[in-house]
Design a protein around this ligand. Structure first.
Ligand SMILES: [Zn+2]
Length: 433
């Protein structure tokens, strides 16, 4: 079950008059953590925005967006006085909450300024709070949904956030990953592993089909292994997300019918054409993940393949990665989605990747925004639930200072965050139209 399915679909109803008590409750909601998943009890809120970017490429001027019971219930041209308790966003731009389809919420930098590893002395309590901090940093930055792919420990975090006990983005997670050696690597053992992940509550299956970029990135899973793994995922009603760098590895994933390919630094024209033809979602990274490693080497150096050769590989990948974004964006109907691969140190900086995609990769800014909203939602199987400012959609709404469709850096200036109708952040600039 996905977190979204817990959101009640509500009947449209007329606005509830705001009592003084309700107004106080509304103000407290700005400060307090969510008390629980009971959005239906909240009165309606009208958000007035000078500009609305709807997540599908359209912009509207001067709109009033009504939110009730965690969902958007109306959107119409602004008129008259803002109802009591309404929120005037002034000159800010209202958008759907951003969606990052590839993060690692469990990764964090310890108080000793090192990547957290098993047996580094951190207690489970410390680790838990660090991860909760990552979730809050991500939500504050305007990312209201993430897909955290890799770690078994994400289940507790996902469930605490989705139950409304702590603040964070909606979390979908794979609870671990599969590779060519899992269960001995036979097709049957890989299928069984997929079913075990499903039984444990995974929202998605994560598959490593190539080596790390730090180790050259060549294919590791055979076509038969990918057919078994992605085929069984599909049979179990789960999406499959595949780590693949080399052209061959990406092509094997596309041919096997896997849902989404991550990275693809060495994808060429033929590979992009195949992804397009197979309808495979493609999530290459532009820069945040590389720069986070290279700018903060002391956090990682000496752990696994974080060595001189590994860092050099990442440095060499940057121009390729930037170019790859532009080539992918220019490939008609290729389903280019947004995912940062945010690891320790990058949580809350996710929008830097949007800036890289536009400024370094040459992706049109509006297309970058669509890839991080409605198209990302579609890639998660949530295209009818999130990723748009439209009636009936979950009220995951953010506001930026400035218009990110003309100046993408505005995506880093998020000052209002609402998730499922709950306001988590509202730092008005005081600017008025
Ligand atoms: Zn990753």
């Amino acid at each position: 079950m996905t977190p979204i399915s817990r959101l009640p679909r509500i009947a449209r109803s007329s606005a509830t008059p705001w009592s003084p008590a309700a107004r106080v409750a509304g103000c407290l909601a700005l400060l307090a953590l969510p008390a629980g998943a009971q959005p239906a009890a909240r009165p309606s809120i009208v958000l007035r925005a000078a500009r609305v970017i709807d997540g599908t490429g359209r912009t509207a001027r001067n709109q009033d967006v009504t939110v009730q019971g965690g969902r958007i219930t109306a959107m119409r041209p602004s008129a008259g006085l803002l109802p009591a308790g309404g929120i005037d966003l002034g000159t800010r731009t209202l958008l759907p909450g951003f969606i990052d389809t590839h993060v690692h919420l469990g990764w964090y930098i310890t108080d000793k300024a090192r990547l957290h590893e098993d047996r580094d002395g951190d207690t489970p309590e410390v680790s838990t709070l660090q991860r909760a901090g990552n979730a809050w940093a991500t939500l504050r930055a305007g990312f209201t949904t993430v897909q955290s792919i890799g770690e078994a420990d994400n289940a507790v975090l996902r469930d605490a956030i989705n139950a409304g006990r702590i603040p964070g983005p909606r979390v979908l997670t794979s609870l671990g990953s599969l590779n060519e050696r899992t269960g001995g690597g036979t097709p049957d053992s890989l299928r069984a592993a997929v079913r075990r992940f499903k039984a444990r509550g995974a929202d998605v299956i994560k598959i490593f089909a190539s080596k790390s970029i730090r180790d050259g990135g060549e294919a590791t899973m055979t076509p038969e292994q990918l057919d078994a793994t992605c085929g069984e995922s599909k049979a179990q009603g789960l999406r499959s997300v595949v780590h693949a760098h080399s052209a061959e590895a990406v092509q094997r994933a596309a041919r096997a019918g896997c849902t989404q390919v991550e990275h693809g630094v060495f994808a060429d024209d033929a590979t992009r054409a195949l992804l397009t033809q197979r309808g495979t979602y493609f999530d290459p990274q532009c820069g945040l993940v590389f720069h986070n490693y290279l700018d903060n080497k002391p956090w990682f150096e000496g752990i696994g393949n974080y060595n001189a050769a590994g860092f050099a590989s990442m440095e060499q990948a940057i121009p390729l990665a930037e170019k790859g974004i532009g080539l992918a964006a220019a490939t008609p109907t290729l389903k280019l989605v947004f995912g940062t691969d945010a690891v320790a140190g990058a949580h809350g900086r996710n929008a830097e990747e949007l800036v890289c995609r536009v400024r370094r990769g040459g992706q049109p800014a509006m297309d970058a925004l669509v890839s991080a909203t409605s198209r990302a939602a579609e890639s998660l199987g949530l295209g009818q639930e999130i990723g748009r400012v439209a009636v009936g959609y979950a009220a995951d709404l953010i506001a930026t200072d400035g218009d990110p469709s003309t100046q993408i850096e505005a995506s880093q200036r998020v000052s209002f965050v609402m998730k499922a109708g709950q306001v988590y952040r509202n730092e008005g600039t005081g600017a008025r139209r």
